[in-house]
Design a protein around this ligand. Sequence first.
Ligand SMILES: C[S@@+](CC[C@H](N)C(=O)[O-])C[C@H]1O[C@@H](n2cnc3c(N)ncnc32)[C@H](O)[C@@H]1O
Length: 472
Amino acid sequence: MTPRGIDDGLVVARHRTAMVRHHLSQPMSLLVRTGVVRPGVSVFDYGCGQGDDLRGLIAAGVEASGWDPHFAPDAVIAPAEIVNLGFVLNVIEDERERSTALERAWTLAGRALVVSVMIAGAVPVDGLKPFRDGYLTSRGTFQKYYQQDELRKIVAHATGSEPVALAPGIFVAFRRPEDEQEFLLERRRGRRASTAAYASARPRASQSTAPVHERIQGPLEAIAAFALDRGRMPHADELPSEVHDRLAQERVGLSRAVATATDVIDEDAFHSAAASRREDLLVHQALNVLNRTRSASRPGASIVRDIRHHFGSQQQFAEQALEYLHALADPSRTAEAMVRSAGKGLGALDEDGRLVIDGDRVEQLEGVLRCYYGCAAFFVGELGQEYIARLDPVRRQVSLFRVEDRRSPFPIMTGSVTIDLKRQNVIMRDDRRVLARKADVYGLSARSRQRDEERKRRAAEGWADERVLIRL
Ligand SMILES: C[S@@+](CC[C@H](N)C(=O)[O-])C[C@H]1O[C@@H](n2cnc3c(N)ncnc32)[C@H](O)[C@@H]1O
């Protein structure tokens, strides 16, 4: 295959779009962070460019290979559990060839295909020459900028499955509903239960069980980690084979190991893990309904066990999740939750009654607000960068402001994404402005001192308010 597309007498130098990467690309790093890609999972990078993602994955012990028409034309095109089609479609000027690439990538994907493109609004297009449905750049390359929903539809059409938004311009399509459900639940989960409680309890084991503890320390840690993550004890098939091997070596049965672990797990931590898991499952189910997630009817065995354990039955679970949905439909209940949240120091209410909160604290919000935020995450996925979120239930909008150097007194806002839930629309802006840090958003108590600092800096630099501040 030729790396160049010859079109209307024009030669489009597609390969020139491939950059040297010193870190994993955004889609690959999102896959790693969400646990989709990890050692033991095979990856194929379709249109791998200079192959830097592959080198990074291989160095971390992931079985990875790739192909590229320019950089690796002789590489074997092989099926893998996860296939990445990263920033390839947007450099192809021929629409039919885009479809072929997408369809081919999907046939290779055993479990999931992740597709990323450049998104409209993320970079300025002034000075670029319009060409077909995109632009020609001064370097002789082609770039098409997609709308988020346009990409969703293309991926849905090619894969026959409704893809999940990972981030603006990045979708993942799963082949099996169970895999999608596992992924969604993990992503929607806010808090991770800590294993610290177990670590501190372990040395205080009673004398009579001490020898067993010592001999099966590894399995006990694995069991405790599961218990403090899920709020219940594991079944045999939920533990890795090394745990079983070690127990067999030590001639300790699984039920004895579980009973021993139960003795040393901190009870409060276990109950709080159970409460977190219950809420996570409810938020997950409410979002499944809201987002009409097709895979919802086919959760994996492990989620089914969680539901039975924490709710008794699927029906009771469904009824409780409905409660969340009713609360969402009632703006006063959302507003009350926002007031409670701000009262606890989780974000601040602005003068229009909107809740403004640091992105990494969103997961600590009450379930109903996490559902509200989750509706927006459904459209854009993750920003992969620090951000401030603003929830506006009256206008039914969620805005995410990307920030750089959040800890500085005057972080830089590098752009924003507004999700209009009523119109189901995503609006991206790439305006770079200085953000006046609001002490209460950042959880600082010295609010007036912060304001003073803002005033002084504005005076010193001669900033006009509107030019340098975003009104949070
Ligand atoms: C912007 S680069 C992305 C490279 C890599 N995936 C990354 O994220 O770093 C686009 C790559 O797509 C490759 N490409 C062009 N046409 C293609 C096609 N029809 N199928 C697969 N890859 C193609 C180009 O050779 C180029 O290396």
